[in-house]
Design a protein around this ligand. Sequence first.
Ligand code: ZN
Length: 194
Amino acid sequence: MSLKIGITGASGVLGSELQKKIKKNLIIFKGDLTKKKDVYHWIKNNEFKSIYHFAAVVPIKDFNKSVKKSFKVNSTGTKFLVDAIIKFQSKKIWFFYSSTSHVYKLNKFLTDWFELHQLTLLSISFCPHHDAIESCICRKPDSLMLEKVIARYNISVNDSFLIGDSLRDIKAAEKVGLKAFQIKPNSNLNLLNF
Ligand SMILES: [Zn+2]
């Protein structure tokens, strides 16, 4: 039985953590994920027990800098991998495809900050879609995300407000009747006068 464990994105945040934990039988993908030939070659030449697929353009600002290229890595590259597995792997393998570590890090920061200030953090919401790829009704300026939170936690819209750093945020707030304050990105909230 094969013991080989495949990993893409080995030098990234999650990839390097995994490399510390698993020292044996690790086969690192060193090719270009957007090249079908590279991906197929890697899968064809190794019989894997499992694959951890971490390679991705993750930070939102990097993704937005080059949407097409990032989509090619994140989506087309993943499809190459899955297609190649179906085509070349004779046994069923365990395939792990992670969400972005950036979401986890940000959530941890927010959770800690609220705890430090003895505030109750009810919910963290985010839209997993990008408007360059697909349209959805949760991405601001649409308001589904806000509507869900308001309904779920029975929030009084009249007693609440929204702080956002783009016009899309403000528009979403207006749709549900929330007061909204637009700030400059990365402003120090302690220095603002509402
Ligand atoms: Zn969405």
